[in-house]
Design a binder for this molecule. Sequence first.
Ligand code: NAD
Length: 405
Amino acid sequence: MSFSEVTTFLEKIAPLAKLSREEITKLETPDRVLKAELSVNGKKYPAYRVQFNNARGPYKGGIRYHPEVSEDEVKSLAFWMTIKTAVTDLPFGGGKGGVTVDPKKLSKKELEELSRAYVRAFYKYLGPDTDIPAPDVYTTAEIMAWMLDEFEKVTGKKAPAFITGKPLELGGSKVRDIATALGGVYVLEEAVKKVGLKDKTVAIQGFGNAGMNMAKLLAEEGYVIVAVSDSKGGIYDSAGLEIEEVMKSKESKGSVVEYKKARKISNEELLECECSILIPSALSGVITEKNAGKVKAKIVLELANGPTTPEADQILWNKKVLVLPDILANAGGVTVSYFEWVQNKKNQSWSEQEVKKKLQEKMISAFTQIWKEFSDEKKSFRTAAYVLALKKIVAAEKNKTKNKS
Ligand code: NAD
């Protein structure tokens, strides 16, 4: 979504959150847009860090490496992080970073140089209590380790809480690898209870970190996974797929379509297939005004960021499909990032059980708060989530102003 679409959406829901003109202006204006040009082997790469809002705590958000990264995109993503941390009640604001680069075209040495250059460009504005980066598209735990090392070098201080998504041995948190999917499972379980859904058939688009872990976790919980897909296409079996077997096919042959015991379907067919729960876990903008009317699921859980266009969202709302929005459904990742930050600050290492329990509490609490706001049935679950988040940010802004005066 472009930043102008973000602000249009904000203007649309502002009356529901009873925001004043001044509050809207504040909420659609990033605090700081930092830009740099990073040089690696004679080539230059535009780099950004947008610090959107820190009324509720330090800026928090990942760094994306992608050829299509732009200032506009990083601004939208930083806005969403502000909303996401408020939805889950994390004591953070929102920020995001990015470099316009195709990382697949760089050697490992160049990738390391680029990552270190990013930190040197922005380190004065980053830190455990000011702005805490994390991984995003095409940035990994290894890249976080290089960035941490560079930050500690230039500042001359040990600061593991400067960045999250680190390897375990450098202070990363247990469960971080499956956190997004597991957070989604906790949200889904609550929704299934509220809606009283009996038929637990699931279709999942995307079979990467988010989608594959979701399929595995849900199958373990007794859900029937009838369809999965990746960039090469999908497979369907109304009796349920053997997820462990599908994972093996994906690992050994590169795609789920190599699993031969199910019918092949296209990614478009997957979105419209016979199931009660649909989980888009790959790209944005896949549920559109063209196919939303054909979606058969009763619940859509947005594990991907922005999979539903605003027009499709309206169609699903009219059809009484419960859409669990990305700002809640995939917030498990940033929540465990928060746990990582706390562990680093307190010099602790929590067990897997402890992290899972805390994640479950956070996700259920966020879901319950939104459900209360939603149950007047005048607004969608997504709008309810936004209204709640915006109110929290505005309240924190007021507090900030009071403390200053
Ligand atoms: P990933 O790269 O691990 O996996 C992406 C999957 O999508 C792959 O299986 C790929 O084959 C598939 N895919 C690509 N193009 C496709 C297409 N045209 N149709 C169907 N499938 C296609 O990425 P990920 O980390 O799983 O992220 C997926 C989505 O979840 C993204 O929208 C991301 O922003 C969101 N998300 C991920 C996390 C996380 O912690 N991984 C956190 C929050 C949000």
